[in-house]
Design a protein around this ligand. Structure first.
Ligand SMILES: NC(=O)c1ccc[n+]([C@@H]2O[C@H](COP(=O)([O-])OP(=O)(O)OC[C@H]3O[C@@H](n4cnc5c(N)ncnc54)[C@H](O)[C@@H]3O)[C@@H](O)[C@H]2O)c1
Length: 347
């Protein structure tokens, strides 16, 4: 492969954010290896010029053998079970796919001489502290997914100190856009809203819809992940990446309805949003400071939520409605607090 020829590995390469990252790295002329177990990824996302292998990172021996063979210089670890809200109901599989799978990658990678790990973590590690979340705030995970992400971060710091490799930790928040899995009934609020409307059905809002989030379009995420991988200024650093502006879920709902051509103030009854009880452990407000990413990585927001949703709706209309992909083996814990939309597979 021509160009700069760095040997890079992207885990979760068939997923939403991983596939955009592979595209960007291939475009820069690197040799890009990708792995994914296809539990949440799609073949259509895989870049034809990348070296893709189906690999379940929960399998320690297979992952070890793969890393021995590939010996990447830099790893971008994107693979995850990112269903944060569901993790309270699937704590075992969440931990296996997040913390344990990560160690299965990290340990042989260190042994094989990896120079740098770019770990895609999550804003969830800040927990229920008062926003805006700043990178120097302590990790205070409030759910099972966040416990894994916090542990992954800390394990990276400790093993880097002991064994001497570089790392950057990135904490994205609510990334959305073209190629996002819109068939996941457990996460990706914008994707679920879009998929329901594609099927001519209403979507569900948990709680009163006044919970606020900052959303990042994928095009405002990928370039800074690339930069974090190659620029020494990012070494040993943690970055929040994403815009500062917050929107309520009700506001998001209105934008999605608008881009489907409905009057958000008066949608037809068949697509009028349906309100459900709030999900356990869902925080009311979550947004981050971004001055560090602006200062060191040159971050700036270029895609407004309105424009980003317009682009995503246009892409999803081409794709068409997707059948929701529920967990094959079901939830590990079903109690009175498990959302009925999941137990009864209402979507
Ligand atoms: N999208 C967001 O809003 C958001 C926010 C914060 C953090 N993140 C993090 O960003 C990363 C990418 O998320 P995404 O939104 O692209 O999700 P995604 O589900 O599209 O991508 C994750 C990929 O990991 C793969 N995967 C899962 N378990 C695996 C295993 N055992 N072995 C190999 N591959 C496996 C899935 O098949 C999927 O393709 C994740 O680490 C997620 O936690 C995402």
């Amino acid at each position: 492969m021509p160009g700069k020829g760095r040997r890079l590995l992207v885990t979760g390469a068939a997923g939403f954010m991983g596939s955009h990252l592979v595209d960007a790295l291939v475009a820069e002329g690197h040799t890009v290896f990708g792995v994914d177990d296809m539990s949440g990824g799609y073949w259509r996302n895989i870049h034809p010029q990348s070296e893709f292998t189906v690999l379940d990172l929960r399998h320690r021996e297979a992952t070890d053998a793969y890393l021995r063979k590939v010996q990447p210089e830099i790893i971008f670890h994107m693979a995850a079970d990112a269903t944060e809200g569901r993790s309270q109901f699937t704590p075992l599989s969440s931990t296996e796919r997040n913390y344990l799978a990560y160690l299965n990658v990290l340990v042989p990678a260190i042994r094989e001489g990896m120079r740098k790990m770019v770990l895609i973590s999550s804003m969830s590690v800040y927990g229920a502290q008062s926003p805006p979340f700043h990178e120097d705030m302590p990790r205070q995970p409030e759910d099972i997914y966040a416990i894994a992400k916090a542990a992954m971060e800390r394990a990276t710091e400790i093993l880097a100190e002991v064994h001497g490799f570089q790392y950057t930790i990135i904490r994205p928040h609510n990334v959305y856009g073209e190629r996002q899995n819109i068939a996941d009934p457990y996460r990706n609020v914008i994707g679920i809203f879009i998929n329901r409307l594609l099927a001519g059905k209403p979507f569900f809002i948990y709680g009163d819809g006044e919970q606020k989030r900052a959303f990042s379009h994928i095009d405002d995420f990928t370039p800074y992940t690339v930069r974090a991988g190659f620029d020494d200024v990012a070494n040993g650093q943690i970055f929040n990446i994403g815009p500062r502006e917050e929107y309520t879920i009700n506001e998001v709902a209105r934008l999605v309805l608008k881009h489907f051509g409905y009057d958000p103030d008066n949608p037809p009854p068949e697509v009028k949003p349906i309100y459900h009880p709030p999900r356990p452990k869902e925080v009311k407000e979550a947004y981050c400071t971004l001055d560090k990413a602006q200062r060191l990585l040159g971050y700036r927001t270029t895609v407004s939520l309105d424009e980003g949703i317009r682009r995503m709706v246009a892409w999803a209309k081409e794709l068409g409605p997707q059948p929701m992909r529920y967990l094959k083996d079901g939830l590990e814990l079903i109690t009175e607090n498990t959302p009925a939309t999941w137990v009864k597979q209402m979507m």
